[in-house]
Design a protein around this ligand. Structure first.
Ligand code: FAD
Length: 615
């Protein structure tokens, strides 16, 4: 049966990628359908109840600057907010928030249900059919029965394709715990000639708050004032909530013990990972506790954060303790940790294996090279994390809609946003393990900061119709005000100890803040956002210039030859892993080296410095 309604865009999957794709597509005026297995599970957080983190928090603000939803959702439903890396420079700071995951899910369910141009169909996408004798999508089949016609399709199936859950030696098909997998769509991909890879990820047990003794544990409170993710939520035009605006709950810190490590070592053969049941490749940067114990043999203890999953509920997420041990050993292992001596497990930890399509099958627009009108985003591209999924989802949704409406597709460049870095990495280097974002992946790290996503992206977002006139005006005026203050401070002079400086020069000093200027009766901006920007611009202007010059140099990488006899182990600053990779791959130029998987911009800089010294 063919549904008589024609849609412009179909999005398959209501996870973090699918939500942003569907909302963006609908916002751009494309008639959009979101097909998902369970419409009450739109926006579920299957792993940690948190949004943001290093680099990831910047991505959430970029999604927000592009007109996406994730930042607003977490601003409304967060229960603890922090800025990470405050002791380091502004380039690596990033916001992170604990979510009330139930409220977050409800927010997203409502948001999707109440969006113009967007229809939700609950069901399984079982096939994608193509136009006759062509490699172009024509529609999607639902539950093997209904066919709907569309112009573009975005696939965001997360961990569901041929998903298999592992708990010790027990294994069963599932897309996530207590959810059925989607096993039909992979047949379409095989028929169409796409390669499929198996990846895996895991999640810890959930613990009963009432069975935990918090009395001897370290408390980890939120920041005051808390950082915001969205530039548009109240107070609009800022990345900060007002002091006291948010009621926050604490998290707690505890540590594994020698007893925990003994239990894990003795039962290693019973884990799905080391027992050989799991063949998929797991996330190196979010390893299971058994992985950490094996790989960091000499580490005496590992940190565990106890994070509430909701504001008032009893479920606690023990961050750092994901495992694929059998359930009965999990009880023993968790109970060997201070504070958890009598803990009750509400749900066991588990690992999951699933299918992905290598992202090298995609253009940077996220459209597949094999089939026109077919886009991929999220975990299905081999990434891990809600934020990475949202960042790809919004780009795929924008492009699916633009294609359907006969407009040119867009892509985001590496110097514009972390989203651009991620998509470029994925589509050019591919993935050999679940990909997550880090600040070290960026060659424009000082430029791609947490404080300026809206300034970096608002023009692009407005031009394509993702931001309203009012939003555009707010950022434009903000940008102009920043320029005016910078101009004024570069002219106005201040005297101290008989010396005269421009206010801008004076502000460059580490101990001088805008607050200090106020004390000296120098006029200062009223808005916290403008104050912050001006301080950062002044304090780091020298570094910005240096980064700019270095990047110009980086553009010449292709012409810099690497002598074949080079000994990478002699280069300071390269990790063992990087030395091994480079020694094996034998890149012929620095440009070639930079394109290898796992070779960071920092490593390239180290080689460049070494080569310069050799000359
Ligand atoms: P998902 O959020 O998985 O959403 C997929 C959606 O697609 C679901 O709504 C599903 O119903 C729907 N769907 C699938 N197939 C079909 C179909 N054929 N038809 C219709 N609908 C379909 N991330 C980390 O960063 N660190 C971790 O440690 C981590 N651990 C994880 C542990 C587990 C057990 C799981 C399940 C996930 C974990 N994640 C982790 C990954 C994180 O959940 C994902 O990165 C994120 O949710 C990806 O979003 P997504 O939109 O790509 O997919």
């Amino acid at each position: 049966m063919v549904y008589d309604t024609q849609f412009d865009v179909a999005v398959i999957g209501g996870g973090h990628a699918g939500i942003e794709a569907a909302l963006a597509s609908a916002k751009l005026g494309a008639k959009t359908v979101l097909i998902t297995l369970d419409k009450e599970k739109i926006g579920v957080m299957p792993c940690n109840p948190a949004i943001g983190g290093i680099a990831k928090g910047i991505v959430v603000r970029e999604v927000d600057a592009l007109g996406g939803e994730m930042g607003k959702a977490i601003d409304y439903t967060g229960i603890q907010y922090k800025t990470l890396n405050t002791r380091k420079g502004p380039a690596v700071r990033s916001p992170r928030a604990q979510a009330d995951k139930e409220e977050y899910r409800k927010y997203m369910v409502n948001r999707v249900a109440n969006t113009e141009n967007l229809t939700v169909i609950e069901g399984e996408a079982t096939n994608i059919f193509l136009k006759k004798n062509s490699n172009e999508v024509e529609g999607v089949e639902i539950d093997g029965k209904i066919r709907i016609k569309v112009r573009s399709v975005v696939v965001t199936t997360g961990t569901f394709l041929e998903g298999v859950v592992h708990i010790g030696d027990k294994r069963f098909p599932a897309g996530r715990m207590e959810e059925k997998p989607a096993n039909k769509l992979p047949d379409f991909y095989r028929r169409a000639g796409f390669p499929l890879l198996r990846f895996k990820t895991g999640t810890p047990a959930r613990l009963d708050r009432n069975s935990i003794d918090f009395s001897g544990l370290e408390e980890a409170p939120g920041d005051e004032p808390p950082p915001k993710f969205s530039f548009w939520t109240e107070p609009a035009g800022s990345y900060w909530f007002k002091k006291g605006q948010k009621e926050q709950v604490p998290c707690y810190i505890t540590y594994t013990t020698p007893e925990t490590h003994r239990i894990i070592r003795e039962n290693l053969h019973r884990t799905a990972l080391y027992g050989g049941a799991i063949k998929g490749i797991g996330p190196r940067y979010c390893p299971s506790i058994e992985d950490k114990i094996v790989k960091f043999e000499n580490k005496e203890r590992h940190t565990v954060w106890l994070e509430p999953e909701t504001k008032d509920g009893i479920s606690i997420y023990p961050n750092g303790l994901s495992t694929s041990l059998p359930e009965e050993i999990q009880w023993e292992m968790y109970r060997s940790i201070p504070g958890l001596e009598n803990v009750v497990l509400l749900k066991p930890a588990y690992a999951i294996e699933y299918d992905i399509v290598p992202p090298t099958e995609l253009y940077p627009t996220l459209e597949t090279k094999r089939i026109k009108g077919l886009f991929h985003a999220g975990n299905f591209n081999g990434t891990t994390g809600y934020e990475e999924a949202a960042g790809q989802g919004i780009v795929a949704g924008i492009n699916a809609a633009r294609r359907a409406l006969g407009k040119e597709m867009i892509y985001i460049k590496r110097d514009e946003a972390y989203i651009g870095i991620m998509i470029d990495d994925l589509t050019t280097k591919g993935v050999v393990e679940p990909y997550r974002l880090f600040t070290s992946r960026a060659e424009y790290r000082l430029h791609l900061r947490q404080d300026n996503p809206v300034l970096r992206l608002y023009k692009k977002a407005y031009e394509i119709g993702m931001l309203s006139e009012k939003q555009y005006k707010l950022v434009k005026e903000t940008e102009e005000e920043i320029k005016q203050w910078l101009q004024r401070y570069s002219e106005q002079r201040i005297k101290e100890n008989g010396k005269s400086y421009t206010v801008f020069e004076y502000l460059k000093r580490a101990e001088i803040t805008v607050e200090k200027l106020r004390e000296k009766n120098i006029p200062v901006p009223e808005r916290d956002y403008i104050t912050e920007e001006i301080e950062i611009q002044a304090k780091y202007s020298g570094y910005f210039e240096r980064e700019k010059k270095l990047n110009e140099k980086m553009k010449h990488l292709e012409s810099i030859k690497i002598p074949p006899e080079i000994d990478y182990s002699k280069i300071a600053g390269l990790t063992k892993e990087v030395v091994q990779k480079l020694s094996k791959a034998k890149p012929i130029t620095l440009g070639h080296a930079a394109r290898l998987e796992g070779i960071t911009p920092a490593a390239i800089t180290a080689i460049m410095v070494y080569l310069e010294k050799m000359r």
